[in-house]
Unconditional design. Structure first.
Length: 267
């Protein structure tokens, strides 16, 4: 909810000072509501939505979230726009990321051709595909800020075997992963088939912040969202521990990536 309020204020073009003045509250109080340090009241949220010009189904959805603040998590079918906006905001604030995927290279480390193949599989025309590819590449700049966040990626071997975009595009994608693994803030771990069975999970990210609790984002083909109960966050942290026990270390993972790239290049 904090991220949602911040996104809506910025979308309306109002500064924190201007919004606080219209609401009749202090800048500090509104800042606390936008950073999650304070839960805005139902009355405050209703007034802010009016100030920000939010109406119709979007207003109804947000008021429902506010009035049911004990519900667990924040979910939507597929990757909904409001969830994506919140995720992008969280990404800009995080000091570290842990990402696990068993299907695709995550967007943070996708090449343009790989992203184009993934997005192009959806119901989008060529112009929309290019717009989304550009947006995805823009989001990657988070990893290269002046103070770079730490990023740990755990991939199942299946991600590297599937030739998305064709063999040449996949080889280029894997070579890019190798380049990224040499960055001081990025580590990549591969879980090879030869390590046998492990408990597969949906793609998920754990975002860690300087002063706020960690946040989990889960995504699969049918639903995505933020399971926010502490027990859920702890469960995903424990899952990372189990995954790391069957994953290669960073040095061996880079060697594995090089062999995968060579396989695609021969293909």
């Amino acid at each position: 909810m904090a991220a949602e309020l911040k996104v809506l204020r910025e979308r309306s073009g109002l500064t924190t000072r201007a919004a606080a003045k219209r609401l009749g509250t202090s800048i500090a109080s509104l800042n606390r509501s936008e950073t999650g340090r304070r839960m805005a009241s139902v009355a405050d949220v209703s007034a802010l939505l009016a100030i920000y010009g939010v109406t119709g189904p979007e207003r109804k959805r947000i008021m429902s979230l506010t009035e049911n603040d004990e519900q667990s998590g924040w979910w939507g079918l597929g990757v909904r726009a409001h969830l994506l906006e919140a995720l992008i905001h969280f990404e800009s604030q995080a000091e570290s990321f842990i990402h696990y995927s068993s299907i695709l290279v995550p967007g943070f480390l996708q090449t343009a051709d790989y992203a184009r193949a993934v997005i192009g599989a959806g119901p989008f025309d060529a112009e929309e595909v290019e717009r989304r590819v550009a947006h995805r590449l823009e989001r990657q700049k988070v990893l290269f800020k002046p103070v770079r966040p730490r990023y740990r990626l755990i991939l199942d071997e299946a991600v590297l075997r599937r030739p998305i975009g064709g063999s040449a595009a996949m080889a280029t994608q894997i070579r890019w992963l190798i380049d990224m693994a040499n960055q001081p803030n990025i580590t990549i771990h591969v879980i090879p088939f030869r390590h046998g069975y492990y408990e597969l999970s949906s793609s998920f990210s754990i975002l860690e912040f300087p002063t706020l609790p960690s946040l989990v984002y889960v995504e699969n083909g049918n639903a995505s969202g933020f399971p926010d109960a502490p027990v859920d966050t702890d469960r995903y942290v424990e899952t990372v521990g189990r995954l790391m026990r069957v994953a290669l270390d960073s040095f061996d993972s880079v060697e594995f990536l090089a062999r995968m790239a060579a396989d695609h290049e021969r293909g």
